[in-house]
Design a protein around this ligand. Structure first.
Ligand code: NAP
Length: 331
């Protein structure tokens, strides 16, 4: 089978398309024929060597995919079943989804009933698991009537998914971007307002929402962004720290994450905790809502498998404003 193998971490050219032996599942594992997968910022970090000792090279990276079950020696899933797989150290501790096939622990393989096409389905797992977790577990948005949520940055796949969830709760999302040319696209995803800024936005947000935001999702987490988050959130709002774009290697050298975490009503969400027993029903519900048109993934770009390095190059340049999907074997 074909797979992108990284031997030496680096730029997009580190992704080398190779012919490698097909992986074989043991009991407790599933072999998946990959149809498509979503691109994630975390994969760019791993590609550059930013995941430290957690990822040993050579490695096939990629933390999520959708496809069909080829083999499941333990019998937990049937051959031909449509599945998604995500996290569980996929593409980090063991080879992941930048391939035609992958072998994943059954704990992180999610059986799905769906009529969605592969590309749309591929836009969902990791991004919507995270959006769902940020909205319901950390921000507790179901406790607010018509919640007002600030997301920074707003030009991310995660922000688009959060917008779908908040709009379904009849709430509003304000997204922040550094790129003026992304505003129109972001508004089309359903954001209430987009602010173009690389700095503080609290005054502008409070002018729009005088009582402040009912929830804030910050995946930049710099000293400036966190101070601004505290200023613009309402008295009951939670702040969800869910990424570290300001320090793309995630080492939190400035200590912004740790300093914020000791304050009241501050939490984080980590999709590394997902499993089929805990989160499988949520994913099926999300997929149904996409089928019903309640959530729209607003895929920003799709690429063929052969174009994966180009997609990484564009991700490095922050060219996208939403989810990017790679099709591997779509009829
Ligand atoms: N906690 C979890 O479980 C979890 C799961 C998934 C993702 N995440 C995190 O969520 C974040 C977004 O991920 P994604 O895959 O959705 O991202 P993405 O689609 O690649 O979007 C990233 C966008 O953020 C902006 N950006 C990038 N670096 C920035 C910086 N240093 N300061 C300000 N804005 C910056 C850029 O837009 P502009 O044009 O505005 O610059 C870029 O287009 C990442 O931090 C990722 O690690 C966390």
């Amino acid at each position: 089978m074909k797979a992108y193998v990284i031997t030496n971490p680096g730029g997009p050219e580190a992704l080398e398309l190779q012919e490698v032996p097909s992986p074989k599942a043991q009991k407790g594992q599933v072999t998946i024929q990959i149809k498509a997968f979503g691109l994630n910022r975390a994969e760019a970090v791993t590609r550059m060597g930013g995941s430290g000792k957690a990822v040993k090279f050579p490695k096939v990276i990629g933390i999520e995919c959708v496809g069909i079950v080829m083999d499941c020696p333990g019998g937990e899933l049937e051959k031909g079943q449509t599945v998604a797989a995500a996290m569980g150290e996929m593409g980090r501790a063991y080879d992941g989804s930048y391939a035609e096939q992958t072998v994943v622990p059954v704990t992180n393989v999610f059986p799905l009933k769906t009529s969605l096409d592969w590309k749309t389905l591929a836009a969902i797992p990791e991004t919507y698991f995270t959006a769902w977790g940020c909205c319901y577990h950390t921000l507790k948005l179901d406790k607010f009537e018509k919640p007002k949520v600030l997301v920074r940055p707003g030009a991310s796949a995660l922000a688009v998914a959060i917008t779908q969830i908040v709009n379904h709760l009849e709430g509003q999302v304000i997204g922040i971007t550094r790129s003026a040319h992304k505003v129109e696209k972001m508004l089309k995803t359903g954001m209430h307002k987009v602010i173009v800024s690389a700095d503080r936005v609290a005054d502008e947000v409070l002018a729009e929402w005088p009582n402040g935001a009912d929830g804030v999702v910050d995946t930049i987490v710099s000293k400036t962004s966190v101070a601004d988050d505290f200023k613009l959130r309402s008295k009951k709002a939670h702040l969800c720290l869910a990424g570290s774009l300001a320090d793309s290697y995630g080492t939190d050298k400035a200590g912004s994450f740790m300093k914020a975490m000791i304050k009241p009503r501050v939490g984080f969400y980590d999709s590394g905790t997902i499993s089929v027993t805990k989160d499988g029903a949520n994913l099926q519900q999300i997929v149904q809502r996409v089928e019903q048109g309640i959530y729209n993934p607003h895929i920003d770009a799709t690429f063929d498998f052969s174009e994966l390095p180009k997609a990484h190059e564009m991700m490095d340049k922050n060219a996208f404003a939403g989810k990017v999907v790679i099709s591997v074997d779509v009829d």
